[in-house]
Ligand binder design. Structure first.
Ligand code: URA
Length: 194
């Protein structure tokens, strides 16, 4: 069951997302995957959009990519997913796992922006190019953006650490995985104020 906890405004935002018909993705969704985790977390992860399993369960990153993310969170950050907050750029599954389209991202962006405001994390790890571009307002892909700190344009106190999407790490082998690990180490340092 999707997580219903959180401050009233986050619960209300979830209700709005669950009723949203602002783009064509509403037509084929099973559930709206709003987000989950600690609504007061210092660390937030932002992915691209729900896949098949997420669409079925209504929770983010519960398929193969999510298993890898959970493992890396434990191994590099020493934490479980319930200590951070996890959301996606688009809240409904793009059919066949295609990339989300610019108008779909635009229609959904207010939900992510408000989630970031309400959770108010100190560090955001973006997973893949869509999340990094959406939050940073940049055109480059994740491989050019990763490896250094960025700041949220709307609140420069928030450090943004771009890393690969776990699906890319699953496809890309040891080198891609090592990049993800080193990005998570960077996130951990920023969380501890270093
Ligand atoms: N990929 C994403 O980007 N988000 C999910 O929730 C699952 C897979």
């Amino acid at each position: 069951m999707p997580d219903e906890s959180g401050p009233a405004e986050l619960v209300e935002l979830r209700r709005e997302a669950e009723a949203c018909t602002a783009c064509r993705l509403c037509e084929q969704r099973t559930t709206v995957v709003f987000g989950m985790g600690d609504p007061t977390a210092d660390l937030m992860f932002v992915g691209e959009g729900p896949g098949e399993e997420e669409d079925r369960q209504g929770l983010p990153f519960v398929g193969r990519s999510g298993k890898l993310l959970d493992r890396l969170m434990r191994e590099e950050l020493g934490m479980d997913r319930d200590r951070c907050y996890i959301a996606n750029v688009v809240k409904c599954r793009p059919p066949g796992n295609r990339d989300p389209r610019p108008d779909e991202i635009a229609a959904c962006r207010r939900f992510l922006e408000r989630q970031v405001e309400l959770v108010s994390p100190r560090v955001i790890v973006t997973l893949g190019s869509f999340a990094a571009r959406t939050l940073l307002g940049r055109r480059e892909g994740v491989l050019s953006l990763r490896g250094r700190d960025h700041h949220l344009p709307s609140d420069p106190r928030v450090v943004v650490v771009p890393t690969l999407h776990p699906a890319a790490a699953l496809r890309g082998g040891p080198e891609a995985l090592a990049r993800m690990r080193s990005d998570l180490v960077r996130a951990k340092l920023r969380l501890s104020g270093r």
